[in-house]
Ligand binder design. Structure first.
Ligand SMILES: *[C@@H]1O[C@H](CO)[C@@H](O)[C@H](O)[C@H]1NC(C)=O
Ligand SMILES: *[C@@H]1O[C@H](CO)[C@@H](O)[C@H](O)[C@H]1NC(C)=O
Ligand SMILES: *[C@@H]1O[C@H](CO)[C@@H](O)[C@H](O)[C@H]1NC(C)=O
Ligand SMILES: *[C@@H]1O[C@H](CO)[C@@H](O)[C@H](O)[C@H]1NC(C)=O
Ligand SMILES: *[C@@H]1O[C@H](CO)[C@@H](O)[C@H](O)[C@H]1NC(C)=O
Ligand SMILES: *[C@@H]1O[C@H](CO)[C@@H](O)[C@H](O)[C@H]1NC(C)=O
Ligand SMILES: *[C@@H]1O[C@H](CO)[C@@H](O)[C@H](O)[C@H]1NC(C)=O
Ligand SMILES: *[C@@H]1O[C@H](CO)[C@@H](O)[C@H](O)[C@H]1NC(C)=O
Ligand SMILES: *[C@@H]1O[C@H](CO)[C@@H](O)[C@H](O)[C@H]1NC(C)=O
Length: 828
């Protein structure tokens, strides 16, 4: 596949060419010695040119730090990996100097005061020098001694980046816990509230994430040395890049890792409380977020601070509860929410100097995830519960649920707004000063109230009428047809149609989808797009391209809305929802039968063929997964969200990985930095085929905490060419065409081959599903095969798999011959 067939790829490249032009002054050396110091714009570079050390300034901050970054010739966006003077910035880099002083590496500021020092050596020898190594370690050594005998090394002082070869763990002798600490925010490398550390419990071999060294909010699960995974991080099975190992002896216990092949990869404790693995992609020249935990930002402890409210579906994720404002506005704008929110108006409770006669009141907040540490209070009714909270000046909120009254005192942490309609949200009442309520209750003079009330009613009626008429006028003015059948909707019309976006159908990486009804009673699904990086003209061009694509297996675009940043796409509503809900979540009585599954697989493949081969410009979907296959009333599949990868453009990689469930469907080439072709869709489609067969997610954490990865087991079964009925969803009770089952299983295995040239094209997939072309015996993909060697330690999908033979397959030669027959027409 040609790069030119993939326009968003081009966009990436163009954007980054500009950035790669700036570079730092370098004097070439990798060493700071008695007669070689650093000042101003000077840098040192590791011997193979991988890392650079020098002064830098993060973002718009006016502070300078000594830091280490990837050589800009390789990674054009400044990526800081280590900072020396994290807490003590300097302001004048030209009059500051990093040099060897009394046997230590010392940073002196403009007033010649030492602000940072390695603090180890007491020698005054002139031969001490500091060397920046290619693994990112700075080593202080005496003379030109062997680098393994050092006085000090930066690897013993981790910042927020965990380098390969760096130990994160506990030194039993020095009692030092060597951990990763986040930056405070994106402009301040000072240690923030979040850290990744080895669980300090004796003998524990798991990692934990801590907030302020006190609250544990995520646990990796124990290290399973045989499976090479942390028990609660099953997706490590699909990690071809990191090789972790655990060391525990009388002196220390720690984890260390190496990076396989030459992938540039970094592991960071981010300032937002998530640990992240990012891989550098040479193609688009950007960091690609491959993995992060906790998955949901709102799971990070106290992410939005006290009285801050986290919402997974909004950007930014944090805002303040009604009646509150950010305590530290500057930090808040840097996405540092730790300061939390404070009341705009103090409560009257307990303050006798406020004698304006207005009492504090409670604001109802529905659909919330309740904060931790409630106090249980005996109360017979919600009124009694409210009174209890009202009379206690320490009480800031209450909830009454299931005849149980809970109250909270003081500052509230971990407030979360839920938006999903079916989520188990609770109603929560927060205490506010009376003045925070726009229409305050006034019980003085009922008559006045009635009179005022009537006037208000008349005024209101007039207003409603006025607004209604104005809206009608606007509607007529703005919603019109463009580009053939495509409608340009006015935002207000969509707001009305969706009852102000009240019925959410789903949310994905590109934005949330809401159900609506148009005035002509046509039912629609309106998608509110997020992070659109395109200009108005481009957006319209792109949308009309998508609008022109019509196929029975593709969701039809009816129209769009584009008013400033408000960008929406309007589609036909699909009554049977998305495939995932039909395949995974439906109660046992209503599962999809085999025939329907097969037809959905075939229809989906036809839709993709149309995108890949029949459109004027080839469209790579990039996000094939059950969530994006919608089902109409007859269970005819319609592929959704195509063309959006292009619309979202540069931010796509970010969007992609924040999407729930996407990872299991990602083709390996997303990691290697080569151009993405239609074969990436084929891979995702293949992963989905396994789910058609099993009726379950490929990745599944079972109740007993074990990890199961269906494709590994299935691929081996298929390679043995035996009875495949054990792979089948037990709910089907064996009711499946044996021939079709075999075809779909073999095909799935071909689709997920590591090497994209071994995968069939979507056109070939259709032919195979139709039975026009035979499917040959597939090899087990190498990435799945790794686990075969560890046979007995892998917890497969069902018990019966344990009887499987563990012999290694020598199918490389078989693969190449079979590949020819399956992919003979792919090379065109
Ligand atoms: C540093 O200075 C010493 C003597 O002062 C000299 O021998 C040595 O070559 C110098 N090193 C460099 C790298 O210039
Ligand atoms: C720096 O400030 C400018 C203008 O205030 C703003 O547009 C830009 O986004 C800021 N950059 C960063 C990295 O915060
Ligand atoms: C070095 O030691 C001094 C005095 O003991 C201390 O104040 C300073 O924080 C230390 N610096 C570093 C970088 O550890
Ligand atoms: C450094 O020392 C180690 C062991 O102490 C030895 O294996 C290695 O060969 C030495 N390297 C050099 C460059 O002397
Ligand atoms: C973190 O803990 C320290 C003491 O353990 C406390 O003083 C500080 O207020 C805490 N920070 C936050 C943001 O709560
Ligand atoms: C992972 O690292 C360990 C220790 O360094 C090594 O023994 C093992 O062979 C490595 N595994 C792979 C798959 O590279
Ligand atoms: C532990 O430390 C002692 C003293 O430094 C050393 O002799 C011993 O070899 C170390 N043990 C291991 C397993 O590294
Ligand atoms: C009471 O209210 C007054 C006026 O708003 C305010 O200045 C004072 O700080 C409050 N006192 C307490 C204890 O909250
Ligand atoms: C309110 O908090 C203060 C200090 O934390 C405590 O002394 C007092 O007993 C509390 N009052 C009630 C009613 O819980």
């Amino acid at each position: 596949m040609d790069i030119n067939n993939n326009p968003w790829w081009l966009l990436f490249s163009l954007l980054f060419i500009c950035l790669s032009l700036n570079s730092h002054v370098s004097n070439g050396a990798d060493t700071i010695s008695a007669n070689h110091s650093l000042s101003g714009d000077q840098t040192i570079v590791s011997s193979r040119g991988i890392f650079v050390l020098g002064f830098f300034k993060p973002g718009n901050s006016s502070n300078y730090y000594i830091g280490m970054w990837y050589n800009l010739e390789k990674v054009p966006e400044l990526t800081i990996v280590w900072v020396a003077n994290r807490e003590k910035p300097i302001s004048d880099r030209y009059n500051s100097v990093l040099r060897i002083s009394d046997g230590n590496l010392v940073l002196f500021d403009e007033s010649k005061t030492s602000v940072w020092s390695t603090n180890v050596s007491s020698t005054t020898s002139n031969s001490v020098e500091a060397v920046l190594k290619d693994d990112g370690n700075i080593v202080l050594r005496e003379g030109s001694s062997n680098l393994t005998e050092f006085l000090w090394q930066s690897f013993d002082y981790p910042g927020h980046t965990w380098f390969p070869g760096m130990k994160i763990g506990y030194n039993k002798k020095t009692k030092v816990n060597q951990l990763l600490t986040s930056w405070k925010n994106k402009e301040d490398p000072a240690p923030g509230l979040f850290s990744l550390e080895l669980d300090p419990k004796d003998g524990s071999n798991q990692y934990i994430l801590m907030w302020n060294k006190s609250e544990n909010y995520w646990t990796s699960g124990a290290w399973d040395a045989d499976g090479q995974i942390f028990s609660k991080v099953p997706e490590m099975r699909l990690n071809y890049i990191y090789n972790f190992s655990y060391v525990n002896n009388e002196n220390e216990s720690y984890f260390i890792y190496t990076v396989k092949d030459s992938t540039m990869s970094r592991f960071i404790m981010d300032y937002n409380g998530q640990v992240k693995q990012m891989n550098w992609l040479d193609g688009p020249k950007s960091w690609f977020l491959f993995w992060s935990q906790p998955r949901e930002k709102c799971e990070v402890y106290a992410f939005c601070g006290s009285f801050g409210r986290c919402n997974e579906d909004t950007s930014p994720f944090c805002d303040c509860m009604h009646g509150f404002k950010p305590k530290l506005e500057h930090d808040w704008n840097l996405e540092d929410y730790a300061g939390g929110c404070e009341r705009k108006t103090q409560l009257q409770c307990g303050n006798n100097s406020l004698s304006n006669g207005k009492n504090d009141r409670f604001l109802k907040s529905p659909n919330m995830h309740l904060p931790e540490h409630p106090q249980s209070v005996a109360a017979g009714s919600i009124e009694e519960c409210e009174t209890t909270c009202f009379n206690n000046c320490n009480c800031s909120a209450y909830a009454y649920d299931n005849n149980e009254c809970s109250i909270w005192s003081g500052e509230l942490l971990n407030l979360q707004q839920l938006t999903q309609v079916d989520a188990d949200g609770k109603t929560f009442y927060i205490k506010l000063a009376a003045s925070e309520f726009s229409s305050s209750k006034d019980n003085k003079g009922i008559i006045i109230g009635v009179v005022v009330g009537s006037i208000a009613f008349v005024v209101l009626l007039g207003l409603v009428l006025f607004v209604y008429l104005r809206r009608r006028k606007r509607t007529i003015k703005t919603t019109k047809a463009v580009e053939g059948s495509l409608m340009a909707f006015a935002y207000r019309d969509l707001q009305n149609a969706t009852k102000n976006f009240s019925e959410k159908l789903g949310g994905g990486g590109f934005g949330s989808v809401f159900k609506g009804v148009l005035p002509d009673s046509r039912v629609i699904a309106a998608k509110k797009l997020e992070s659109i990086s395109q200009g108005e003209k481009q957006f319209r061009t792109e949308v009309s391209t998508i609008g022109n694509i019509q196929h029975v297996n593709l969701v039809r675009l009816l129209g769009f809305c584009s008013e400033g940043t408000k960008k929406l796409l309007v589609y036909d509503y699909m009554p049977n929802g998305s495939l995932d809900s039909q395949l995974f979540h439906v109660k046992d009585s209503k599962f999809l039968d085999w025939k329907t599954r097969y037809n959905i697989a075939l229809g989906t493949a036809r839709g993709l063929v149309y995108l890949h081969e029949k459109c004027r410009d080839c469209i790579i979907h990039c996000d094939i997964k059950p969530e994006n296959i919608l089902l109409d009333a007859q269970f005819c599949p319609k592929v959704a969200d195509f063309g959006l990868a292009k619309l979202v453009g540069r931010d796509f990689s970010r969007v992609l990985t924040t999407m729930r469930g996407t990872r299991g469907y990602l083709a390996p080439e997303w990691l290697s930095g080569v151009a993405i072709t239609t074969k990436a869709d084929v891979y995702s489609y293949g992963m989905m085929l396994f789910e058609f067969v099993s009726g379950r997610r490929n990745f599944e954490n079972s109740e007993d905490g074990t990890v199961k990865f269906f494709p590994t087991w299935a691929a081996n079964r298929i390679a043995e060419d035996g009875d495949l009925s054990s792979l089948l969803d037990p709910r089907l009770e064996g009711n499946a065409d044996v021939e079709e089952l075999s075809r779909i299983c073999k095909l799935a295995c071909w689709c997920i081959q590591d090497n994209e040239t071994h995968r069939p094209s979507m056109g070939q997939v259709v032919q195979m599903l139709e039975g026009v072309v035979d499917v040959t015996q597939p090899p087990v993909p190498r990435s799945l095969q790794i686990f075969v060697d560890n046979q007995e330690h892998i917890l497969f999908f069902t018990e019966s798999s344990s009887s499987q033979s563990s012999q290694k397959r020598s199918n490389t030669s078989a693969a190449s011959s079979q590949t020819k027959s399956t992919t003979s027409s792919t090379s065109s």
